[in-house]
Design a protein around this ligand. Sequence first.
Ligand code: GLA
Length: 727
Amino acid sequence: MTNEQLNQAEFELQTKNSSWQFKRDPYQILQHVWYGPKTGMDMSYLQEWHDTGFSGQISDAGNDRTYSLDTRMQEIPVEGTGDYRINSLAIRHADGSIASDLRFKSADHQAKQPLKGLPHSFSESENLNITLMDETSQLEVVLHYSTFEECDVIARSMTITNKGDQPVFIETADSASLDFGLQDLEMIHFYGRHNMEREYQCVPVTNGITEISSKRTSSSHQHNPAVIFKNPTTTETSGNCWGIMLMYSGSFAIRTEKDQHNQIRVSAGINPDTFEWKLEPGQSFQTPEAIFSFSNQGLSRLSKNFHQFIRDHVMRSPLAKKNKPVLLNNWEATYFTFTKEKLLEIAKSAAEMGIDLFVLDDGWFGKRDSDMEGLGDWDVNKEKIGDLGELIDGIKKLGMQFGLWIEPEMVSEDSDLYRNHPDWVIQMPNRSPIRNRYQLVLDFSNPEVVDYIYEKISAILRAHDISYVKWDMNRSLSDLYTKTLPADRQKEMAHRYVLGVYDLANRLTEEFPEILFEACSGGGGRFDAGMLYYMPQIWTSDDTDAKERTKIQFGTSFFYPVSSMGAHVSAVPNHQTGRITSLQTRATAAMAGTFGYELDPTSFDQEEKDLIKEQIAHFHDIQNTILNGEYDRLSHPYKDSYSAWQFNDGKRVIVHGIRYEKRPNSLRQPIELRNLNEDQMYKETKSGMVFSGKALMNGGILLPGELGDNYPFEFIFEALPEKNNQN
Ligand code: GLA
């Protein structure tokens, strides 16, 4: 077949290495055609359907029993069209009927518009907007697509507008839908719990429906709002894979169905279990964005696509790409028990070791000596720490910046805020609310509450020289109800809460762009692209155990860049596991992120202090490669007896890792490096040995053979100037 004979797809979104195709069918319904490598042709020749019993026809198809939306691939599958599979849009009309019949109206290209009140990706390129209409109800749906050429990403969101004269109820409005057709796929997803986030799991997609979701009004420790589909033969370095990530921090659902013909469909968005939205005539609703990426070079490339996309098109903080200060946080050092003197003593020791930023965690405000009290009272506890300005001056005199912890969404029953505004907490009528970590949640769906908290927090930030803020969120929401909405709008509350969080985050980060904000939710319970839009780093987990962290950071790395992962060295025995690992092991694990310490250095002997000093100086030296280089996973810590990873900035390649267990009388294990220049020569800085890129990628390097479990290692390679290269 010559090129001229190849048909063009009717609609095609292209990035460097991917193509997304769809077209109108004879009934003006949008048919999904292809998402995969660029092929240079219309891929709809693959679509052929036959009469399938018990799969009905839309009325315009007359007696054509081969036309059923129950079997066809669709760009946006809708409830009430005779498609019994999972749908991405369900609209209940004023008369109670649930149906929409979306037909193509128009397509246009326009500059990408910001999503109002929601985090969103930014791009210079134009959006493709496809307008669809349900004539009966006058419901208009616009699909917005943006392409990100270099990182092979396509973003999609949807705007629903009620152009009729009756209110409608949106029961489901998913951001993403993707029909894969007939393919053998596996799904990688990241489940977990507090202290054990983003555990890797790879499962075959089987017939029936699988759901990865959260109903906690946060993206949650339990599931991350991101999944990967891959062919069974796809590896880190070869094969096809597709990633779907939601840019949303609230309850979500990613549903996957393998249908009667073994076709696979994915639909992802706000969790419909805890969502509904009443749309009055003339009103619009816009979904959060879904981010898709495709790689035909395995998982490593897919992760790099997401890392680059998040850093270039999601993180809007001017500090996102700057080197991050090495911080010391007092939480695991003191918990709630500290005085101004104790803090300054820790700070002095920290400064001597080279720490850049001292962070005062929970317990500095209200009356807060335990987690049972004080939340919501955002006034400095002068009895405990004296004048905040003086404390900050003391820290600054030591040559460090100062940072503060806040948990703006929460309130303790034992607090002045609760005593003055009991009506501001989330609670169902005539029922006692569920407590979680002894605390209740403020109703952030109520703008009055958000305004109050904004005033309190911004006043502190305005009054003091604060360089860093850790924004925590330490419980899941329950009792979803708000006094501000009528009965038929209560299911809007969870999404409105998230919009309230975004509103506060937006106001604070816009007003204080020079402050480095770190998101947190009992560690990594709200680790998502929505939060990364406002805050360029997130505390990855409350679990600071080095060995556990290698797994948590491994799972996190599939979607999120190293520069977004908060990672600290803490004391041993570790407070979460009791495990004892060396200071060097802990530092190696923590250097795969925004590096810091979370311990009391005053209890350390001189040798330990000197080692920490060396570690900090070393991190300062290599942080540019770590935070701004390309990241690669070199092992599978669930299968291998070691964990290894690589940072590469083109000039310097760093391999870090931890060998978990020493077996007696065993040969040293080789590990292969990845994504180097094959013909480049690299010099390993400690041994002085020179290797070719080919050797490092195909033969690898030998792991250390020393005795001891959880043994850390580091190899640093410098790319040699061209004259030293052989080929
Ligand atoms: C959460 C955070 C911790 C610490 C405590 C304070 O658990 O993840 O890092 O800030 O709250 O209460």
